[in-house]
Design a protein around this ligand. Structure first.
Ligand SMILES: Cc1cc2nc3c(=O)[nH]c(=O)nc-3n(C[C@H](O)[C@H](O)[C@H](O)COP(=O)(O)OP(=O)(O)OC[C@H]3O[C@@H](n4cnc5c(N)ncnc54)[C@H](O)[C@@H]3O)c2cc1C
Length: 371
């Protein structure tokens, strides 16, 4: 049953909304999360779960990279804390990523990454020692041991259970239709009734444009759809995630592998096409010649929430104090969930947030870009 008032209402029960709820509940705030469908079943459930703080960065070493690295590092303690509070194992899997290289030209692209002290170049011989089943024409690999992976569904549910243990409430099948400014507080109109809150956080993934419009926000979030295959093999075959040109094979802690993922701009469908599956199989075979022996366990598709500059929106509504936005995490929502939850917590508690982060992720940053 909904109460009449909450201190904070979080809209959206994906990894971002659940992380925010977790960090706020730990501060003993009175929180409700409103989820239109079932918790964690939208984009979050389609993710491979790579914490790719290094592998996903090819520019922006000044702001995005340290933010991503801090979030990746937060998982090291979080995995224990979440297990203690929820009893759920988030499937944190060490091993890291081998970014495979097939030509000298490709190797050049990694010069920036090899400057990071934990990242190492491995020649063909070393790569094959680590992963004997790898395809034979590989030249070498950039090895990133820090870019581990987790199970997104479990992580989301571990956040929820831990937040519940600290008093947070979650309401499924409860779409939010409207937010009305009541001069200091907000009236949140949901499928299950109306509630009042001092703070409202939109963690709506790609699905919040109607609320953005209603709240007078000029920006929109658009989808980059990604399809993946969930496969298994009679042997544990790989110790490391293999990565090449945006595609990957991720060995998971539940015995399965994820082969991902396609990148389809502005595609709002949730289906997996034969064309997409064919693309993924070809990519997997390039990295692992025996990939044809995988058994297909399932397919999945999700919509990466994407902003105009592919960086998230994390900040306060430019004109309505008390409304916060946390969306647009694109390819990195699982990685960035802890740092995003902490940042929204700090905004709400009035704690200091580094100005370079506030500036980089503010909603109205497009107007501040000097051309
Ligand atoms: C194929 C694929 C692979 C990926 N791999 C990785 C990876 O390896 N590592 C990584 O870090 N990231 C990865 N990502 C990205 C990651 O999945 C997303 O960035 C992340 O899941 C976004 O989380 P979210 O909570 O913002 O969105 P969602 O999970 O979509 O959650 C938003 C929720 O808000 C709810 N909602 C929206 N509007 C309302 C409303 N009005 N009322 C109530 N509820 C509402 C929705 O129902 C939804 O459940 C991948 C994505 C895809 C598609």
């Amino acid at each position: 049953m909904l109460k009449k008032t909450y201190e904070t209402v979080v809209i959206g029960g994906g990894i971002i909304g659940c992380s925010i709820a977790y960090y706020l509940a730990k501060e003993k705030m009175d929180i409700a999360v409103m989820e239109a469908g079932k918790i964690g079943t939208k984009t979050t459930s389609a993710a491979a779960g790579i914490l790719g703080a290094h592998s996903e960065i090819n520019d922006d070493f000044s702001v995005f990279y340290p933010f991503a690295k801090a979030s990746q590092a937060a998982y090291i303690e979080l995995k224990e804390a979440l297990y203690e509070q929820s009893g759920i194992d988030i499937g944190y899997r060490e091993g890291g990523i081998l970014k495979l290289v097939y030509s000298q030209a490709e190797k050049q692209n990694f010069n920036y990454l090899l400057k990071q002290h934990t990242v190492e170049w491995l020649d063909e011989h070393r790569v094959k020692e680590l992963e004997p089943s790898i395809s034979s024409n590989v030249l070498g690999a950039t090895y990133i041991p820090d870019d581990v992976n987790v199970l997104p569904d479990q992580t989301c549910h571990a956040f929820i259970k831990s937040a519940q243990a600290n008093g947070a409430s979650f309401f499924e099948n409860n779409q939010v239709f409207e937010i009305v400014n009541k001069g200091g507080n907000y009236l949140v109109k949901t499928a299950q009734g109306e509630v009042e809150a001092k703070y409202v956080v939109l963690a709506t993934g790609v699905y919040g444009n109607n609320l953005f419009h209603q709240l007078g926000l000029a920006e929109r979030v658009s989808p980059v759809k990604g399809e993946s295959l969930i496969v298994s093999h009679e042997q544990q075959l790989l110790k490391h995630t293999l990565f090449h040109n945006g595609s990957y094979i991720v060995p998971r802690n539940n015995g399965k592998f994820i082969i991902g993922a396609t990148m389809m701009e502005n595609d709002w469908s949730h289906t997996v096409s034969l064309k997409g599956a064919d693309f993924l199989i070809k990519k997997a075979k390039k990295m692992l010649s025996s990939a044809g022996k995988f058994t297909i366990e399932g397919v999945t598709a999700g919509l990466r929430p994407t902003t105009f500059d592919r960086r998230p929106f994390i900040g306060v509504h430019p004109e309505q104090e008390g409304i916060f936005i946390a969306t647009g995490h694109y390819r990195n929502g699982i990685l960035l969930a802890p740092a995003t939850g902490q940042m929204i917590r700090d905004f709400i508690l009035g704690k200091e947030v580094e100005s370079k982060l506030t500036e980089a992720f503010r909603l109205d940053r497009r107007q501040h870009i000097i051309v």
